[in-house]
Design a protein around this ligand. Structure first.
Ligand SMILES: NC(=O)C1=CN([C@@H]2O[C@H](COP(=O)(O)OP(=O)(O)OC[C@H]3O[C@@H](n4cnc5c(N)ncnc54)[C@H](OP(=O)(O)O)[C@@H]3O)[C@@H](O)[C@H]2O)C=CC1
Ligand SMILES: O=C(O)C1=N[C@H](C(=O)O)C[C@H](O)C1
Length: 267
């Protein structure tokens, strides 16, 4: 059976890659796109996008009313991504959300809406299978090596910092790590931000440079030893198999799941 899909953010780096992925899959059908520009146009009118007649909507309510799709893939920006997800859930359309930067309160609220509407939803800060494994391995390691810092490195067009992946990694580490403040008890920054952001004593450092795509190191230190878990996304194709996996799973779900590890790995 064909899965009908709406993509929000079609002109973006991820959105355009997702369009190609959906068009390549025989069982997927792209029925509309959501973009705050190009009202009433088709994606064929946008330079660089495939020459096919898929309508663009600027108003999500109207889009979801007119196109009763199975799935919304959202790859936009945090505030907008949140709104799209909530409206899709209220229309019974299952969101697969890659947009990063949602707050915990927003995820909790969306969880409630998914429960109320009995509509499946997957929000994953990172759809690269290797990145999900990196986070899971970091969670395992933190039970034994509680001193840990995260360095995430991204392209310089990224708007949110730290990355959604770094925030999720810290959350997963906290599930096994005994809470502690790291470093010297009297440590003091001589230049603001020198020690990065902090979550329960875990320091997170964000690097933004042209040339980078999406990279993260989770560094553990113990007496006389170091463990570094590294993941590199070298191309945005790296995220597509995870998005496909999420689409297959969300079709049979009636609640919200935050993190691809929840469907990839036995919890
Ligand atoms: N979960 C994962 O595995 C991954 C998640 N991401 C996340 O996905 C999101 C997109 O990343 P990326 O493609 O690199 O970013 P881009 O900036 O390339 O794309 C974002 C797109 O969203 C568009 N947009 C802004 N407002 C709206 C709106 N109201 N309706 C529809 N589209 C809108 C932007 O348009 P305009 O340029 O006109 O503002 C732009 O085309 C980010 O949050 C990023 O962190 C990225 C990679 C992997
Ligand atoms: O903006 C990006 O590029 C990415 N964003 C996600 C994040 O914030 O973690 C996922 C991946 O790191 C790429």
């Amino acid at each position: 059976m064909t899965t009908s899909i709406i993509i929000a953010g079609p002109r973006g780096k991820m959105g355009s890659e997702a369009i190609n992925m959906v068009l390549e899959e025989k069982e997927f059908s792209l029925v509309a796109c959501l973009d705050h520009k190009y009202a009433g146009k088709s994606i064929a009118d946008i330079e660089g996008l495939p020459d096919i007649d898929v309508p663009i909507y600027t108003d999500p309510e109207r889009c979801f009313q007119e196109k009763q799709a199975d799935i919304l893939i959202d790859l936009t920006v945090p505030g907008v991504g949140y709104e799209h997800t909530e409206i899709a859930l209220n229309h019974g359309i299952r969101p697969v959300v890659g947009t990063s930067g949602f707050t915990n309160e927003q995820i909790d609220r969306l969880s409630e809406v998914a429960k109320e509407t009995k509509t499946g939803c997957i929000i994953a800060p990172n759809f690269a299978i290797g990145a999900v494994l990196m986070m899971q391995f970091a969670k395992m390691a933190a039970a034994y090596l509680p001193d840990v810092e995260i360095i995430e490195k991204h392209h310089d067009q990224k708007v949110d910092a730290p990355s959604g992946t770094a925030v999720k990694t810290a959350d997963m580490i906290k599930e096994t790590r005994k809470s502690k403040k790291q470093g010297h008890p009297e440590e003091k920054e001589n230049m603001s931000g020198a020690r990065g952001a902090e979550d329960d004593g875990i320091h997170i450092h964000s690097v933004r440079l042209p040339g980078l795509v999406a990279h993260q190191e989770v560094i553990f230190g113990g007496p006389g030893q170091m463990l570094t878990i590294t993941h590199d996304s070298l191309e945005r194709k790296s995220f597509m198999s995870g998005i496909k996996l999420a689409i297959e799973h969300v079709k049979n779900m009636d609640e919200l799941v935050y993190g691809l590890e929840k469907i990839m790995i036995q919890q």
